[in-house]
Design a protein around this ligand. Structure first.
Ligand code: C6P
Length: 425
């Protein structure tokens, strides 16, 4: 072989092995809304942690589903209903694969993460938790992973234990282990904080909880968009998330639970589709997953969620994570140049959510001024009031980065923050 032939072969194989460049502009082109101006300025959308924008692949799937395959599911004996049922159940299989679950019947469609957690509290919690039993949560939970357990505490007399967080916003693992004991029945922890971006050591948490004889629920509402998740590898008992943060529609969410738990749990709501037979004397339940899906489900939204999952897996969660990591590091560095700005949450394990405060302006004023520059961030307590109390702030401003954000948008945020400084001094 000539030298030039062998070097051409080497170059080819290097090209084949090289990871594909993350072409953010190509992905941005899939999101028409990102190209519409806001207040006369180019939109800089930094609020994906609240709800992500939708790619054309999702909106077009919804449109074509309604135009070609829509009917109610599990009921009709006609072709359209069979097609709709196949699409709906196909969506469940897509979620199963995405989460690495063993069986499609372990995937329950809900309205969102909030409903998924309430489902677990009202069914598993009511049946299996007794007065004095302990549920361990953490200081950085979203209200939807606090309030359902408090409601259960009112009803059953359970105890809620709270894992503290450190000054950097890190999950204090040793303190967590110290809270586990013979009375711990459930550990319900966010996989990633919506305020601080902290990513919890989920696998270690699950192993320790199981060693203490407790079940484990992870609130994956934020984590699911930023990293690959495998529920069997995590060995969690419950995993929940919402479709709308994963570039999918609103009104659809997921509860993953191990089959033996779902079988042992009573139904959540009663109604159509969740029964095997009904008489006035006695009703029996349908098999999984129907037992937990009373009434007409969010059919098109489930199909849209599957399209969103196909979209992000087509890009690759690992590649999205690497892109967002770059944005997180870049934006953190750039924000440090803004006088009087304090980032709240700098745990070593952190994904692309940045909460911050400015010494000269309230977070709501910051968000309002940024909006004038077309920069959309969220301000408030982010449904995590105990965390605000922990950091002694009434609220924070929060910039969250998704698969379509760019370094230039981090620059635009910093530039707009300079305007806030000029106005407030
Ligand atoms: N956080 C935010 O701006 P729902 O509303 O059911 O889709 O998701 C609730 C929820 C649960 N857990 C976590 C960790 C969350 O971040 C959220 C939603 C949004 O941070 C809206 S408050």
């Amino acid at each position: 072989m000539t030298h030039s032939a062998s070097s051409a072969r080497a170059a080819n194989s290097a090209r084949a092995a090289a990871p594909e460049i993350y072409d953010v502009e190509r992905y941005r082109a899939d999101f028409p809304i990102l190209h519409k101006p806001s207040r006369g300025k180019p939109l800089v959308f930094l609020d994906s942690a609240a709800s992500a924008q939708k790619p054309r692949q999702v909106t077009e799937t919804l449109k074509s589903f309604y135009e070609t395959d829509y009917a109610n599911v599990h009921r009709g004996a006609y072709a359209l209903s069979e097609r709709a049922t196949a699409r709906y159940e196909g969506a469940r299989e897509t979620v199963r694969r995405f989460l690495g679950a063993g069986k499609a019947r372990e995937i329950i469609f809900t309205q969102g993460a909030t409903e998924s957690i309430n489902l677990v509290a009202s069914t598993y919690g009511r049946k299996f938790l007794e007065a004095g039993d302990e549920v361990v949560i953490s200081h950085l939970e979203h209200h939807s992973n606090i309030v359902p357990w408090q409601m259960l505490r009112e009803e059953k007399g359970i105890t809620i234990k709270v894992v503290p967080v450190g000054d950097d916003g890190e999950f204090l693992y040793d303190a967590f282990e110290g809270l586990l004991g013979p009375k711990t029945k459930l550990v319900a922890i966010s996989h990633m904080s919506n305020v601080l971006g902290t990513v919890m050591p989920a696998k270690r948490i699950a192993a320790a909880a199981h060693a203490a004889g407790a079940k484990v629920l992870f609130d994956g509402c934020q984590a699911i968009t930023h990293m690959p998740v495998d529920v069997r590898d995590l060995d969690c008992d419950f995993y929940v998330f919402s479709g709308h943060k994963l570039y999918g529609p609103t009104g659809i969410g997921v509860l993953y639970a191990k089959e033996e738990l779902l079988n042992a749990m009573p139904p959540y709501q009663g109604g159509g589709d969740m029964i095997a037979s009904v008489t006035f004397e006695k009703t029996t339940w349908a098999p999984l997953p129907a037992k937990f899906e009373a009434g007409t489900p969010a059919i098109a939204q489930a199909v849209g969620l599957a399209a969103a999952i196909d979209y992000v897996t087509g890009i690759g969660l690992d590649r999205i994570a690497a892109h967002e990591r770059d944005l997180l590091l870049y934006a953190t560095e750039r924000l440090a140049t803004v006088k009087g700005l304090r980032i709240i949450g700098s745990a070593p394990s952190k994904a692309s959510v940045i909460s911050f405060a400015l010494d000269c302006a309230h977070p709501h004023d910051i968000a309002t001024i940024l909006d004038r520059s077309g920069v959309a961030v969220r301000a408030g307590h982010h449904c995590a009031q105990p965390l605000m109390q922990r950091f002694n702030v009434p609220a924070t401003a929060r910039a969250s980065f998704g698969l379509y954000n760019t370094r230039a948008e981090a620059d635009a945020l910093v530039l707009a923050l300079e305007t806030v400084r000029e106005i407030f001094g």
